[in-house]
Write a protein that binds this ligand. Structure first.
Ligand SMILES: Cc1ncc(COP(=O)(O)O)c(C=O)c1O
Length: 493
């Protein structure tokens, strides 16, 4: 791979100065053909130019992009191009060295990203595909997530970001980081939580049906979820004293060494059925965790980027609670794969080992993320989520008033709203009714309404429309839901 690219570049007038390949023979053969120097040492490549270009592709479209641009970063300060044939997968990587200062390095310095393999003395090493145009698109998202970026304000004055390709990886990174930063192992997670599909994430996850294998990471202990509709203590919200949060202290004292690394929680449990923690829960829980030396990891994979209304992050609804680490994914790039683990500087800096995620921070996803964040910020979508969320919630409350036997609970924040369906709320029977959701979905399908299912018992209807949903769409969705409940009620014995 890459040889064709090198030939093509030469054909269109570039000077191929060096061929870098860890396999000396391969480098030599291609270098001879191209009249270039062969090397298996990256340091030699850096000696030869200010810019390292790693191009590994035989893809026609990518080749065209590269070879048609004469003014991009493929030409280094010394007008030379270096072709790296070390990587064998069909992807394109451009490593841009010493670009940081000319491209506003001070704002990028705070980033720890897979895309940045090393940052020293203000020098940025960016490994990402594409060309200068792509870099220009990637730069703002890095800036936004770094020290002076607005989006970092939630996490204190400064933070660093590590980009991944999924939420699972972001959670993996977060837990490892908490362990490294504290020098401890044990993690508190929540029942009904969902963290993804890796071995660690499955161990964090507290839903039997998503656990294909038994707990692999024994150092994870699960506290009660703040599931008020089904309070683990049988209490009512008015008089509960947030016992579920307070119990975390006993959980630490009885099931751990007392030396915890951290507490991972979703501000609203997504897969769990949009379980919303009551006011005060996170303050009590996180204070306990910090008292025992642990870090707080807020998993914003579902709640992030304005979904909960007004605020950019779900955890911001809980006053006085500051995460040390945050994870995010899903909506960042409007469907393209990207995740991120953000941490305060001291916590992020604890990670000393080599760290790379090949596709983390890839150019396509970061460009899409950048564009998505721009739209979220410029179009004030968190505010839209709050307003439309209010309208949605009012409509759902009206449905509960109308179909109060089957709709046991209405809950959520912003554009993250749920209905929990039960056997007969009015008769005091809260037996989860997953079958009711299935029957309802048959009707919503006929109405052309797309909604989701969640909850441990599969009995929660999850409604999370796009952040830019309009009032007319909300009203249409509610009307469809009303019609579906109406038809469903008729067919229900
Ligand atoms: C809260 C939460 N964390 C982590 C994940 C895992 O994200 P991914 O599916 O991108 O790996 C999910 C996925 O649904 C999630 O909801």
């Amino acid at each position: 791979m890459g040889a064709n690219m090198a030939r093509r570049l030469k054909d269109v007038g570039y000077t191929v100065a060096a061929v870098y390949d860890v396999r000396a023979d391969a480098a030599k053969a291609l270098a001879e053909e191209l009249g270039a120097e062969a090397t298996s040492r990256l340091s030699r490549v850096t000696e030869l130019s200010d810019v390292i270009v790693t191009v590994v592709t035989d893809d026609k479209a990518q080749l065209d992009v590269f070879t048609n641009r004469k003014d991009n970063l493929l030409i280094g300060a010394k007008g030379r191009v270096f072709v790296n044939c070390a990587t064998i997968s069909p992807k394109t990587h451009v490593a841009v060295e010493k670009l940081a200062k000319s491209a506003g390095a001070s704002s990028l310095e705070g980033c720890m990203a897979s895309s940045i393999t090393q940052a020293r003395n203000g020098t940025l090493y960016l490994m990402t595909g594409g060309d200068e145009g792509v870099y220009e698109k990637v730069k703002p998202i890095l800036s936004k997530l770094s020290d002076d970026g607005k989006l970092m304000t939630y996490i204190g004055k400064a933070g660093k970001a590590f980009f991944t390709a999924s939420g699972t990886e972001a959670d993996e990174t977060a837990v490892a980081l908490a362990q490294i930063a504290t020098g401890r192992q044990e993690i508190i997670a929540l029942r009904h939580g969902y963290s993804g599909r890796s071995l660690l994430a499955q161990s964090l996850t507290a839903h039997a049906k998503y656990r294909a294998v038994p707990t692999q990471v024994a150092a994870i202990k699960h506290a009660h979820a703040p599931y008020c509709y089904r309070c683990p203590y049988g209490a009512t919200i008015e008089h509960c004293g947030i016992r579920c949060a307070k119990d975390i202290e006993e959980l630490i004292q009885t099931t751990t060494t007392g030396q915890i690394a951290g507490f991972l929680a979703e501000p609203i449990q997504g897969v769990g059925g949009f379980i919303v923690a009551p006011d005060g829960y996170f303050k009590v829980a996180v204070d306990i965790v910090k008292r025992y030396g642990g870090l707080f990891i807020a998993d914003e994979v579902q709640t992030g980027f304005g979904r909960t209304g007004t605020k950019m992050w779900g955890i911001e609804h809980h006053e006085g609670v500051e995460p040390d680490i945050m994870t995010m994914a899903k909506g960042i790039a409007n469907g393209l794969p990207i995740g991120a683990c953000l941490a305060t500087v001291p916590v992020a800096d604890a990670w000393k080992a080599g760290n790379i995620a090949t596709f983390g921070g890839n150019p396509l996803s970061t460009a899409a993320a950048n564009a998505t964040i721009d739209v979220i910020v410029e179009e004030r979508l968190p505010e839209n989520a709050a307003h439309m969320g209010r309208a949605l919630r009012d409509g759902l409350e009206a449905l509960k008033a109308k179909y109060g036997h089957v709709i046991g609970d209405v809950r959520g924040k912003g554009l993250m709203q749920a209905l929990e369906l039960v056997k007969d709320e009015k008769a005091g029977d809260r037996t989860p009714d997953g079958g009711a959701v299935s029957r309802l979905f048959e009707e919503t399908k006929k109405q052309g309404l797309l909604i989701g299912r969640g909850g441990l018992y599969g009995n929660v209807v999850r409604i999370a429309p796009p952040l830019n949903v309009t009032r007319a769409q909300i009203d249409a969705g509610l009307a469809a839901l009303d019609a579906a409940f109406g038809a469903f009620a008729e067919t229900t014995p």
